[in-house]
Design a binder for this molecule. Sequence first.
Ligand SMILES: *[C@@H]1O[C@H](CO)[C@@H](O)[C@H](O)[C@H]1NC(C)=O
Ligand SMILES: *[C@@H]1O[C@H](CO)[C@@H](O)[C@H](O)[C@H]1NC(C)=O
Ligand SMILES: *[C@@H]1O[C@H](CO)[C@@H](O)[C@H](O)[C@H]1NC(C)=O
Ligand SMILES: *[C@@H]1O[C@H](CO)[C@@H](O)[C@H](O)[C@H]1NC(C)=O
Ligand SMILES: [Zn+2]
Length: 442
Amino acid sequence: MRAVAAMLRLVLLVPWAAGLNFTYHHQLEMETFLRGVEEQHPGLAHLHSVGRSVRGRNLWVLVLGRCPTKHRIGIPEFKYIANMHGDETVGRELLLHLIQFLVDKDQQDPVITKLLDNTRIHIMPSMNPDGFEATKIPNCFFSKGRYNMNHKDLNRNFPDVFESNGVQTQPETEAVMKWIQNETFVLSANLHGGALVASYPFDNSYSDTVTTERYSATQDDDVFKYLAKSYASHHATMSRGISCSTPNVESFPGGITNGYAWYPLKGGMQDYNYVWGQCFEITLELSCCKYPPEGKLKQFWNDNRASLIEYIKQVHLGVKGQVFDGSGKPIPNAIVEAEGRQHVCPYKTNKHGEYYLLLLPGKYKINATVPGVPSKLKQLDIPDGTANLSAFRLDFTFPDFIQTPKELLCPTEPLYQISSSTAFRPTLLLLPLTTLLHAVLE
Ligand SMILES: *[C@@H]1O[C@H](CO)[C@@H](O)[C@H](O)[C@H]1NC(C)=O
Ligand SMILES: *[C@@H]1O[C@H](CO)[C@@H](O)[C@H](O)[C@H]1NC(C)=O
Ligand SMILES: *[C@@H]1O[C@H](CO)[C@@H](O)[C@H](O)[C@H]1NC(C)=O
Ligand SMILES: *[C@@H]1O[C@H](CO)[C@@H](O)[C@H](O)[C@H]1NC(C)=O
Ligand SMILES: [Zn+2]
């Protein structure tokens, strides 16, 4: 009798032991789950809130890694954000299952173990918890829950690099911007619904009167295409590139698209990350139905699991390293970029003198610049660091550099905005931009 009771208890425990059900987790249930993960995995998981929504709900972030509470030199920071449109719910549940999967496979699966050894992974399951709670029942189509409680679309709420974005910055956006400035994120994805495609920057461009191009390429277009493909090609169906409205019609070759080529938008999060966050972000549209019934969640997890893992590995592409002075002290705010790929707002070293550049394998010249001394240009052949889960390492030393604590600020006004009728390419603006950067310091 006792044995039967024990067995019964065991059977009843199985769903619990398996962790997470394929149901929707509302704010309280989500908090309970995240707290539980942190409690059960001290030293691997760290839960913190980066701010609050309009209604005061916490914007939770669970961090996973060997040192989840803080950055370690050489360990790249990665993030996933879901549910910024409150009625697009698949990503929210996928990220909870991803958390469960990563903590379960740690020390069991060698690849996941190494991924956690070499990466700090930040997961925000909901950027718009108010919108989610406001969307009462599953519904495939648009609902007001898309917006935050001030009726603002958070994916139109960031500073825009091409034109002034006249909207008032929302608390959720403000929190995410502070978070981005606080960490050295290298790679990110932003999970949405309503389509099935991986979209990459830019989402905006010069006004239509200036350019007739239907594609807004960044300086790192090759890398972005590769990143989007790495998600789409590991997904069960995304690479078929079908359109949700007209299935059977291939609208997105390979399951990827340039954001602007799909449809232009102003104030999006992925452009902000790339321009002002030194972080490559893509937008993942994961379901034709925005808020599918719970019964479909398991299938979504199965379709996306491999992609979600594969995409994190891409944070180890390219080259990373530190910039030092003659005494071996790290130099913050040194500009380090690959030749021919200067960013509008130059990518600079963090307070540990570290830089990370996502680049496909191949030959590059890496240019490091600190004020007052000549730049250093190093040529190298970059291997594929994703196989090894560690980017190639290249350090720079400036023996003659005298440390100055000055911080190089980036203007928050549009940088590509055009004053004349001539169509400027971003590269053409780089020279005057140096002047602009210095002017902003005053
Ligand atoms: C999963 O669902 C079962 C059945 O509804 C329930 O008993 C169990 O507590 C749930 N597990 C979790 C972790 O919520
Ligand atoms: C900023 O970083 C510090 C140090 O890692 C951390 O304690 C703090 O919680 C972070 N704040 C935000 C909003 O991410
Ligand atoms: C290196 O970068 C600095 C500052 O970004 C720039 O002025 C210089 O022209 C670059 N040098 C080369 C060879 O690209
Ligand atoms: C893999 O990493 C090791 C050390 O971490 C390094 O020595 C080796 O060169 C790397 N291999 C590749 C292909 O990058
Ligand atoms: Zn969306």
